[in-house]
Design a protein around this ligand. Sequence first.
Ligand code: KIV
Length: 259
Amino acid sequence: MLTKISRLILKKKNKSKIVCLTAYSKNIAEEIDSYVDLILVGDSLGSVLYNFETTRKVNLSMMIEHSKSVRKGVKKSLMIVDMPFNTYNNKSQALKNCKKVMKETKCDGIKLEGGRKITEIIKYLIKFKIPVMGHIGITPQTVRGKFRYKGKTDLEIKNLLKDSKSLEEAGVFAIVLECIEKKVSKEITGSIKIPTIGIGSSKFCDGQILVTDDLLGLTDTKVKFVKRYTNLKSNVRNAVKKFKLDVKSGSYPSSKYSY
Ligand code: KIV
């Protein structure tokens, strides 16, 4: 397990940028697999697919079912699954739930949100051979109020640096930096030996991740860091309009589409 991770992720630090995206289903996983190093089954599926206000409502069985679907579309990338809120509050609960996720989804590792507060739990998981990816900066499972980028005050910067160091020492194989000011993400990236994967945290990270639905234009998000590479919403609308016209006019199904 760790060999696959070192081959795909760890060795890329300071050599080549790490490309990561989310997937919640086989169809998307299959299309992105050849182009990315890592596919994350993110608990962002709560807001993206289920319209939840926060990711806190996502539960373990939702993550497992979506991950099983994603697994069917992943051949070469590393597949990492987000552990949802309230599933890793203490060592034994975390181990039981992570083992279940690893076993049922056949993923390559899991991701947990948080810094120093959860490093003892992370160390425990790693002791039991569960590969862990960290996540600091904005951590949507615990964010309160408005989403604001991190790394503005001296205290925030100090805490982010301490968190990243302590995650590295705990043994995570990479850390997601979410919405961290560019000088700070550069400093974090330069100060640890494991890769940083940025989302809204500037080009100075070792890799980048985006929510695939945002990149494809399937969501209406207006957050600053999202670059839309296509507009699938309008493609879907146009195709459906054409289908409607064909059905109304009787031109679909023609003999070509009939038995
Ligand atoms: O849930 C998610 O999709 C994530 C990424 C955006 C990093 O955590």
